[in-house]
Design a protein around this ligand. Structure first.
Ligand code: NAD
Length: 251
């Protein structure tokens, strides 16, 4: 779902293309589900279907990891989980801070999926003095005055920004100056960062707009299909939900 791009070249230093890196979490999610069901091996076709990826692409992706599977047996699920986790850097603990503990920040703080994937929420930070000390997801919110100290004390390299758009660039600059080198940005704004800092952007409204585009296109296809009905029926005005407003205005 993340729609942003990183500010690194398209190929990582170890030769794994960025597009492959972006698919590794999809494989990992599918493999973790298989592992939880104690499935020992999986074919490339099965895994590709579970991850929603084309199987030739999957085989190519796994060749970058040096994983080729065994003919007639498939891939060893546990070993692949380990290999992908190692490649993604998930075999170590990543403390993260969330800045902006409003509706979204609090929801993210309460989301158990970060911790279970090795991302420990080390601190919750907000600029509102009234929030300082208040518990959210079992942790006291800390004030932005202490941001630099929090980053340093916890060895944080990943920051999540959930502030209003107008504050995001300034928050980003403070995070980066304090040593954060990866940012997950939920604020609807483009952040500028120096070289060496990765930014991923999540914007659900962009995803909805893309779905709206497809909905509109499907509606257009339905209308085109309607055009092949007998001419008399086709001449009837299309009624809207309240009876007399055309659902689609004539061009
Ligand atoms: N990416 C998405 O899909 C998505 C979805 C929902 C909301 N958003 C965005 O997330 C952001 C937060 O939304 P919300 O509904 O939680 O808003 P909110 O108003 O409930 O919370 C914002 C919080 O940020 C704090 N804040 C403001 N300036 C700050 C600063 N300089 N430093 C630290 N904290 C600061 C405020 O005190 C407040 O607690 C907005 O930018 C919103 O547009 C994105």
């Amino acid at each position: 779902m993340a729609t942003g791009r990183t500010h690194r070249p398209a190929t990582r230093s170890r030769g794994i293309p960025e597009a492959t890196v972006a698919r590794l979490p999809l494989y990992l999610r599918a493999l973790t589900a298989l592992s939880e069901r104690s499935v020992p091996t999986v074919s490339s076709e099965e895994l590709a279907a579970a991850a929603g990826v084309n199987s030739a692409k999957l085989r190519k992706d796994f060749s970058y990891l040096g994983s080729y599977g065994t003919r007639g047996v498939g891939y060893d699920v546990e070993y692949l989980v380990y290999q992908i986790s190692r490649e993604l850097g998930l075999t170590q603990d990543w403390p993260v801070v969330i800045v902006g503990i409003g509706n979204l920040g609090a929801a993210l703080a309460n989301y158990g999926g970060f911790a279970s994937r090795g991302f420990r929420v080390a601190a919750l930070i907000d600029a509102d003095p009234a929030m300082a000390g208040k518990p959210v997801a079992g942790m006291p919110v800390q004030h932005t005055d202490d941001l630099e100290k929090i980053i340093e004390d916890n060895g944080v390299s990943i920051g999540v920004i959930a502030t209003p758009a107008g504050a995001a660039q300034q928050v980003c600059e403070r995070l980066v100056a304090a040593g954060v080198t990866s940012i997950l940005n939920f604020a609807p704004t483009v952040l500028s960062v120096p070289d060496g800092v990765d930014v991923r952007k999540v914007d659900l409204s962009i995803e909805l707009q893309i779905l709206a585009f497809h909905e509109q296109r499907k509606a257009g296809e339905d209308l085109a299909a309607d055009d092949v009905v007998p001419p008399v029926a086709a001449k009837q005005p299309r009624k809207g939900p309240d009876g007399d407003v055309p659902a689609v205005m004539p061009a």
